[in-house]
Design a protein around this ligand. Structure first.
Ligand code: DGL
Length: 279
């Protein structure tokens, strides 16, 4: 009789990464760069995007459902590649699940170190800006620099539609950034994982003197540290794979994920969980 498979994660189990939609792919690509051998499962909760204007209870319930799904796929760690879900639910998620959970943190610290004008600005969803985590960041770093908070409604929807440089996207960014520059901001923090896909346009509009700070690479390094310290870092020499899931059965989601991932991807529908092979 074959030995019973242990349910404990092993080093070759995948890492689960999720977001309200396609934004977390900006974190996934940094994880892929940092950890080329890890298998990665990505969930886009596209049926519920954007989270930024949804009640906290819904975001919490979705985060629990997605993590439970990822755990059923035997992930060894989770990356919450969503600032909004992090702001609303991270304490609850860490209390509820015992596997390592890495979450987003707007890169206020590096921005404070970088600014010369003494004014930085964080671009994020309204819900992230209203979160307690954010208030704490402000308390911690706001003493010596001026931290401007800019909610950017509409930008997530533009990225979800794959519109990274069209007229409407440009005009929204101009509208959000102009007052920040007028107040002397020389450093912009991307506090939503959708926004790195707009970085080229933001740079064009803000000008070359303004620094744009994206925390994704730091999150990927943090994942590496957590996997190392828990003995879960992949030791194989193989190339890692990616699997993409979405809660929306939509051709647009598949097309936009392929556009942002720069490869033609297959998209699996979230409720249709395939049987786990019993080897
Ligand atoms: N990518 C998300 C974030 O980092 C999502 C925002 C949303 O769905 O509103 O906040």
């Amino acid at each position: 009789m074959p030995a019973k498979k242990s349910s404990l994660p092993t080093v070759e189990n995948p890492v689960g990464v999720f977001d309200s939609g396609v934004g977390g792919l900006s974190v996934l690509r940094e994880i892929r760069r940092e950890l080329p051998g890890e298998h990665l499962l990505y969930v886009a909760d596209s049926a519920h995007a954007p989270y930024g204007d949804k009640p906290a209870e819904l975001i919490e319930a979705r985060a629990i459902a997605i993590i439970e799904f990822l755990v059923s796929q035997r992930v060894k760690a989770i990356v919450v590649a969503c600032n909004t879900a992090t702001g609303v639910a991270i304490q609850m998620l860490r209390a509820k699940f015992s596997l390592p959970i890495i979450a987003m943190e707007p890169a206020v610290k590096p921005a404070v170190t970088h600014t010369k004008s003494g004014v930085i600005a964080v671009l994020a969803t309204s819900r992230t800006i209203a979160s307690d985590n954010f208030a704490k960041l402000h308390e911690r770093f706001g003493a010596n620099v001026k931290i401007l908070m800019q909610a950017c409604p509409g930008l997530v929807e533009q990225v979800e539609a794959g519109d990274l440089s069209g007229k409407k996207t440009r005009s929204l960014i101009e509208q959000y950034i102009a007052p920040l520059l007028a107040q002397g901001a020389d450093t912009l923090v991307l506090g939503c994982t959708h926004y790195p896909f707009l970085a080229a346009l933001i740079r064009e509009i803000a000008g070359p003197e303004v620094a744009i700070i994206d925390p994704s690479a730091a999150i990927a390094r943090e994942l590496r540290r957590r996997l190392e310290s828990t003995g879960l870092l992949s030791t194989g020499t193989h190339t890692g794979t990616e699997q993409f899931w979405s809660s929306a059965q939509s051709d647009t989601t598949r097309a936009v994920i392929s556009q942002l991932w720069q490869a033609d991807v297959d998209l699996l529908y979230l409720p249709h969980v395939p049987a786990i092979p019993s080897d």
